[in-house]
Structure formats: C-alpha cells, structure tokens
Design a protein around this ligand. Sequence first.
Ligand code: FES
Length: 64
Amino acid sequence: MLVCDCNDVHFDEIKEAVKKYGNDMEAIMEETGAGTACECCLEEDCEKVDLPLPSAIKRALQEL
Ligand code: FES
C-alpha cells in the first residue's frame, strides 16, 4: 500500500518506523522520507496515494 508517491514509501516501512517512534510524525517523516516533497500525503484526502501518512500511522498503531 502506497503511503507517499514522491518518495515511494509503503505501509510496511511506516509500520517499522511507528515501532520505533510511536506517533511522532516528524521522526517518521525523517526516517522514511514520507511527506517531505509535495506534502500531498500529509493530507487525509490526498489522491496520489492509497493511505496518506496520518492514516497510515493510525493504522500501524492499531496493528502493533
Ligand atoms: S506524495 Fe508524499 S510527499 Fe508527495
């Protein structure tokens, strides 16, 4: 599942970062690169990705 199109970041990478950093979005962005280019994927309604970053973090926290 694509979370960030610009930097080709997928949900499994976000999940790994959430394991380390919890819901610290800035740390997750720094670690994965997600959301650091056009910033579309920081918005829940971004149409470029399957699961925008805030939703991906929430989902990862639920699954862990
Ligand atoms: S889609 Fe994530 S920064 Fe552009």
